[in-house]
Design a protein around this ligand. Structure first.
Ligand SMILES: [Zn+2]
Length: 404
């Protein structure tokens, strides 16, 4: 949602039929998140809309007002277009909508909790608004903890104090950050540890483990391939699952481009003749490696005595699911094509191609093609398909467990 950044336009809306804007996969700073594309989108049934404040927000009343404005926009939009859209404010509503309608279901979240949760009553208020999870930290170090500084001039500029400090001198998760995680859990809201610095993430994992609060990471990367502060290490991923949480991976091939990868991955990419860096191939590689990591560690994660992964029950496999994250709100480019001028290979006549191979991912309607391509290339998407159930289960657990 973009009320805080009005240059993106009004927000989630329809373009008039026949007036479709010309879009490419290079759409940074352009909103491609048109409702037309989500209507009956075979590639995604349940979507999460993240409300966002300006990074430097200081005034709690203003912070609250601006998030409320965004939640209300979505609520009104769904009410006005109720043939196709519905908001689920509780896990019970979510399951009801899945079972009885074919609508696209929207769940609320908040990215960046700065100044929003100053007491248990505040956390309860956000739960009443239907917020399922909050991403505690965003792009800057705050009173809650420190943020991962991704390589690149802009990211350093946004979080200058964090970028200038020696890593070992940075605070991790503050006492207020810990308190906030507990307030949120008491209210039935999950904490998303995405965007945290390494130290903050480890502190959060320690604190959540000690307090029996499952962590989720909705759009961080995989350190062995994306070797920068936004990458989760193998051990961090295993800890998240051991503590009954899950990770979701960005689907954008650009976000998942290798960055100083382990030499094994660099060699692999160099020797694959049909691999196009920055396309869906970057998602495929990262997803498969994260999936292998999780599934090969099922015994440690679940405490299972099964002799191999396939012997696990469906319920156990659900606990090992992997979500996906799109970020179509205009801050990111998405996967580039595999073929043609913007891609890596020449198109060959008479060949059948998926739209995502020729156009990349210009907008959300291409999600279906994204999954089709992977399935046709033998990628096991069961962990992605199981993730909606896992999300609902965790939300239920938080809602029913309350304070601990
Ligand atoms: Zn983010």
């Amino acid at each position: 949602m973009h009320m805080t950044y009005r240059f993106f336009g009004k927000g989630f809306e329809f373009f008039e039929e026949g007036q479709e804007p010309k879009l490419s996969h290079k759409h940074q700073l352009k909103n491609v998140n048109f409702a037309n594309y989500w209507k009956q989108n075979a590639g995604a049934r349940i979507i999460v809309a993240g409300a966002l404040n300006k990074e430097g927000i200081k005034n709690p009343a203003k912070a609250k007002r601006q998030i409320l404005e965004q939640l209300e926009y979505i609520n009104n939009f769904a009410a006005e277009n109720s043939d196709h859209f519905a908001v689920a404010k509780t896990p019970v509503q979510l399951r009801g909508l899945v079972a009885t309608t074919d609508k696209t279901i929207i769940v609320h979240s908040v990215e960046g909790a700065r100044r929003l949760v100053n007491s248990q009553a505040d956390a309860d208020f956000w739960a009443e608004q239907g917020v399922a999870f909050m991403t505690l930290i965003h792009l800057r170090d705050t009173e809650l903890g420190s943020s991962a500084v991704k390589p690149g001039f802009m990211m350093k500029l946004i979080n200058l104090p964090g970028a200038l400090k020696k890593q070992e001198n940075r605070v991790g998760l503050t006492e207020l950050g810990k308190q906030t995680i507990s307030w949120l859990a008491c209210a039935g809201i999950m904490t998303d540890i995405t965007h945290m610095s390494d130290q903050c993430r480890n502190d959060a994992l320690d604190y959540m483990e000690q307090n029996g609060i499952p962590p989720i990471s909705t759009h961080d990367l995989y350190r062995p391939i994306q070797n920068h502060p936004r990458g989760l290490s193998r051990q961090q991923i295993i800890r998240i699952y051991k503590n009954k949480g899950f990770v979701s991976l960005p689907i954008s091939g650009e976000s998942l481009m290798p960055y100083k990868p382990e030499s094994y991955y660099q060699n692999l990419i160099d020797t694959l003749s049909n691999h196009c860096v920055g396309s869906i191939d970057s998602y495929q590689l990262t997803y498969q490696e994260v999936k292998n990591l999780i599934e090969s560690n099922y015994a440690e994660i679940l405490g299972s005595k099964a002799s191999n992964f396939s012997e696990l029950s469906d319920a156990e496999k659900v606990c090992l699911s992997i979500g996906f994250q799109s970020d179509f709100n205009g801050w990111l480019n998405h996967s580039r094509p595999r073929y043609g001028k913007q891609g890596c290979f020449e198109l060959e006549e008479g060949q059948h191609y998926e739209p995502i191979e020729i156009d990349g991912m210009p907008h959300p309607a291409y999600l279906e093609s994204h999954w089709n391509y992977l399935e046709n290339h033998g990628v096991d998407l069961q962990p992605v398909k199981r993730n909606a159930e896992r999300f609902a289960q965790l939300w239920e657990r938080f809602r029913s467990q309350g304070c601990r």
